[in-house]
Design a protein around this ligand. Structure first.
Ligand code: NAG
Ligand code: NAG
Ligand code: NAG
Ligand code: NAG
Ligand code: NAG
Ligand code: NAG
Ligand code: NAG
Ligand code: NAG
Ligand code: NAG
Length: 437
């Protein structure tokens, strides 16, 4: 009967280990100064202020039918080959599934500062890193900027400041064409003042809007918005009307499917911005653009944060990580946020789940958000990737089915062995081997 005992023990162990590994998943520690980017249904986060996390590459499954703030599904991927913080990550490549980090470090320590921008490419399908050779004028390295990609493989990098001196702020714009792996210098005619800690948002008409930030220590008016026209590489500055939105740095901005830029949080250079101003929206469908401050409503409302990230998935803004203000700084490691928050951009309401009908018998209905623009590329992309990647259900089902099959096969084998043994036809493996010697 020892065989049976060992057999049962072995299976109990396998099932226990598997349950422990799959039940709770991976919960990343909080972080700030990271960069985030969406590829398919995975929202990737790179880097952190925390040295232990600076080479981190983690992702959140943002499949809308399953996403909620209480039990987000996190995974860890292959670490960045260098430390990363306060820099920028964008998507490009021929298949639109390669992430390009525009880094200013070339080693795994902060002493590895490079004078040139270092590009690390992460192939999200193969989960491999490379450092592509890029032709053209290599931009001076920088931090505290947000780069933005278009849908044709081009990444626009503007502003920022050289580390470690942090005195020479930039107002140049460089374009990384990821299809031909070349840097191209953009226009500097009518370029705005040098700046850091702003946001960059590309509209569907090809204009990039640079919102907020500071210029050599002075806040920038939120109504004064430099625009870079990617169609003909030209600068202009537009003046927005509407509510007076307090100046801020280290906030976030996303474009909703209905053409509104949603900003959240940040610092006013001295402390947190007035809490009543955390959430504001720029309507880009009207001329001139118009600001409106939105009341904070809903459940699971985020705290005041800076250095967080926000991304748009369907109609939902996903806010993650960042740091709370305390003890006169946005630097205190004891105040790091590890949660995610969800804003429904149709009503500017904070929600705990992206699924409007949590117990719907048709969860596939909620995979496609109720977008007023069904042709929205993000939505199409989510559908595509969901269908050609393993869903959580499949991931859970495969080991379960394997365990069941192995268990049945094992028991069948055991009973076969037991019956044969009773008939004295075979002997246990060890003695059989001895016999053949
Ligand atoms: C969040 O997801 C978990 C697991 O999928 C589920 O148990 C929980 O009820 C969900 N919560 C909400 C508010 O939807
Ligand atoms: C970067 O430039 C500075 C100033 O020109 C120089 O002192 C330093 O050695 C350079 N660093 C590297 C890694 O080339
Ligand atoms: C960045 O590129 C991805 C992949 O092409 C695309 O889905 C996304 O919409 C692009 N971002 C912007 C702001 O256009
Ligand atoms: C770029 O295009 C915009 C909008 O079509 C136009 O107003 C502007 O004059 C153009 N700029 C240049 C430099 O061609
Ligand atoms: C620049 O923007 C202003 C205000 O939006 C607009 O009136 C003007 O035509 C724009 N100029 C160019 C060259 O696009
Ligand atoms: C914050 O904003 C509210 C509403 O605009 C205003 O009443 C309040 O005085 C402001 N508080 C501070 C500290 O500026
Ligand atoms: C701020 O500092 C005080 C005094 O050192 C400390 O008691 C408090 O816990 C700190 N607050 C936070 C949120 O770290
Ligand atoms: C963070 O807060 C702790 C506890 O309040 C304090 O001792 C520490 O000096 C603070 N660190 C920074 C970087 O402000
Ligand atoms: C979901 O889709 C099914 C058909 O696929 C339809 O019968 C059902 O009414 C839909 N439910 C909702 C809530 O839209």
């Amino acid at each position: 009967m020892n065989f049976l005992k060992n057999y049962i023990f072995l299976w109990l162990t396998i099932i226990l280990v598997w349950t422990a590994a799959s039940a709770e998943g991976f919960t990343p520690p909080g972080r700030f100064r990271q960069s985030s980017v969406l590829v398919g249904n995975r929202l990737y986060f790179f880097g952190s202020q925390n040295t232990a996390e600076q080479q981190n590459n983690i992702y959140l499954d943002v499949t809308l039918s399953m996403l909620n703030t209480t039990n987000p599904s996190w995974s860890m991927s292959i670490s960045i080959p260098a430390v990363f913080q306060l820099a920028s990550a964008c998507v490009g490549g021929h298949n639109k599934n390669t992430i390009y980090l525009l880094d200013h470090f070339n080693t795994n320590t902060n002493n590895g500062d490079s004078n040139n921008t270092v590009v690390y490419a992460f192939d999200t399908l193969a989960a491999t890193w490379s450092t592509p050779i890029i032709s053209g004028p290599i931009p001076p390295s920088r931090q505290q900027f947000q780069a933005v990609n278009d849908t044709n493989g081009k990444i626009y990098m503007f502003g920022g400041v050289k580390y470690p001196n942090l005195v020479n702020e930039f107002n140049d714009i460089y374009i990384l064409d990821t299809l031909i792996l070349a840097w191209i210098q953009g226009s500097n005619v009518n370029a705005p003042t040098p700046r850091i800690d702003f946001t960059a948002t590309l509209l569907n008409n090809g204009l990039i809007l640079y919102i907020g930030g500071s210029t050599n220590g002075s806040p920038i008016y939120m109504s004064e918005i430099p625009t870079y026209n990617t169609n003909n590489n030209s600068w202009n500055t537009t003046i927005a009307t509407g509510d007076t939105v307090n100046s801020r740095i280290c906030h976030t901005a996303v474009l909703s499917p209905d053409g509104h830029i949603v900003i959240y949080g940040g610092s006013n250079l001295l402390g947190p911005i007035n809490q009543s101003q955390n959430l504001a929206v720029l309507d880009t469908t009207v001329n001139p653009y118009q600001w409106s401050i939105k009341p904070i409503t809903g459940s699971n409302v985020p705290p005041s944060l800076a250095y967080h990230s926000s991304d748009i998935v369907g109609n939902f803004m996903i806010l993650a990580f960042g740091v709370k203000y305390a003890n006169n700084s946005f630097n205190n490691l004891s105040n790091v946020n590890s949660n995610i928050y969800l804003l429904d951009t149709r009503s500017y309401t904070w929600v705990t789940s992206t699924s409007t009908l949590p117990n719907s018998p048709h969860p596939q209905n909620q995979t496609v958000p109720n977008s007023p623009h069904p042709q929205n590329p993000t939505v199409t992309q989510i559908q595509t990737v969901v269908s050609d990647s393993l869903s959580t259900g499949v991931i859970v089902a495969i080991p379960l089915v394997l365990i069941a099959v192995l268990a049945i096969a094992g028991f069948a084998g055991y009973w076969y062995y037991k019956i044969k043994k009773q008939n004295n036809i075979i002997r246990v493996a060890g003695s059989k081997f001895d016999e053949s010697m």
